[in-house]
Unconditional design. Structure first.
Length: 373
């Protein structure tokens, strides 16, 4: 046996030992996942027995946030904390589906960042349904036609989503959670496309504006065709053939079976969009929470100082403050406020009581866990 053959034989023996170990570990992992799933089924049975099938609440945002934080805190690597938490996110998703498949609505069409936020928060076992307008999302959640909805609330590029703020004042829903999503844009092509021969690029006009420096440098002569959504852009690539490309997200590439030819082509790489989970339930404290409220107040000198002074006095940190024109007769200004803490916390309870006693109309939108992933 030659020296090279000897080395190959030793390598194969070493790899065989490691592969046997991996097979043994895989078996244990699979058994433990199924054991966890059986526990989830038993949880559902207990809830139905004591709460009734119609009243039982299966999805507990505070519990899931606590589990994911614990996963990240005890992680020892080599997998990064976020990647380990994403694996558990999917395990929790399929286990929850055994208890109750969740119906979650979002602003469509499919293949958008909002759908990507749905999957990031709930996992791939959720039943997501795209709707045409944000009004429909709020209406379906308020009526109980959907368990939850996912709506955008702010982005690094455009600030607050004013339509979402307006709808919170109209509909009786609660905020149950939040998702923070880095909005990366990719150049998407067909399976056999040659990127050097791209002549047309499809995208939503906003996507073009976010990627124009990259496009000017790489495809200065390519025709840029604006469409209604990046999902439609991905669909157009399939019809246009190998000379076309689209700008879209990871989920658009997955849903339309496209190739990510170039990743992260946006000009501002740290763009983050925040989404809210809306539902019809109160969420218990998770240990790291936010509370959101709407305040309607007369527009008068010093009104903002009067509203914020109780927060300062109690050392409660604000994380978001937006101002809108009031929509009710006799009120002039609407304030949307996010702040740290849960409404069950004594300091937050005192704050809300003080605000209610003042010359302010207060609507509590909900307390919920801070985004984990």
């Amino acid at each position: 046996m030659s020296s090279d053959e000897q080395k190959t034989s030793v390598q194969e023996d070493a790899l065989r030992v490691l592969r046997d170990q991996i097979d043994s570990i895989d078996l244990q992992v699979q058994q433990l996942i199924n054991q966890r799933a059986r526990c989830a089924q038993q949880v559902a049975e207990v809830k139905q027995q004591f709460q009734g099938a119609q009243q039982a609440v299966f999805y507990r945002p505070e519990r899931e946030a606590q589990v994911l934080r614990s996963v990240m805190a005890r992680n020892e690597g080599p997998l990064p904390d976020q990647e380990m938490a994403r694996l558990f996110r999917e395990i929790m998703s399929v286990c929850l589906a055994l208890e109750q498949p969740l119906h979650v609505v979002f602003l469509g069409p499919v293949g958008t960042f909002t759908q990507q936020a749905v999957l990031k928060h709930f996992g791939h076992a959720v039943k997501g349904a795209p709707l045409e307008t944000l009004d429909q999302v709020f209406r379906d959640v308020e009526s109980g036609a959907a368990h939850y909805g996912v709506v955008p609330i702010e982005s690094a590029n455009e600030g607050a989503v004013s339509r979402t703020l307006d709808l919170f004042s109209r509909f009786d829903v609660s905020i149950c959670g939040e998702v923070e999503l880095q909005t990366h844009y990719h150049l998407l092509t067909g399976q056999n496309a040659d990127v050097s021969k791209i002549k047309r690029i499809y995208a939503h006009q906003f996507a073009f504006s976010q990627c124009h420096h990259w496009l000017d440098a790489r495809y200065p002569d390519a025709e840029r065709i604006a469409v209604v959504s990046n999902a439609e852009a991905a669909d157009m690539v399939i019809a246009a053939g190998d000379v076309a490309a689209a700008i879209g997200s990871d989920i658009a590439a997955e849903l339309f079976d496209l190739v990510v030819a170039e990743r992260n082509i946006e000009d501002q790489l740290d763009s983050v969009t925040r989404y809210l989970i809306i539902g019809n339930q109160d969420v218990s404290p998770s240990g790291q929470d936010k509370t959101s409220i709407l305040l309607l107040a007369h527009d008068k000198p010093g009104v903002l100082y009067d509203l914020l002074e109780p927060f300062r006095r109690r050392d409660i940190s604000l994380t978001r403050l937006e101002t809108r024109s009031g929509t009710k007769a006799g009120w002039d200004t609407l304030f949307y406020i996010d702040f740290e803490g849960h409404r069950d916390d004594p300091e937050v309870q005192q704050l809300l009581e003080e605000l209610e006693k003042g010359t302010v109309e207060l609507k509590q939108l909900g307390s919920y866990p801070k985004a984990v992933l």
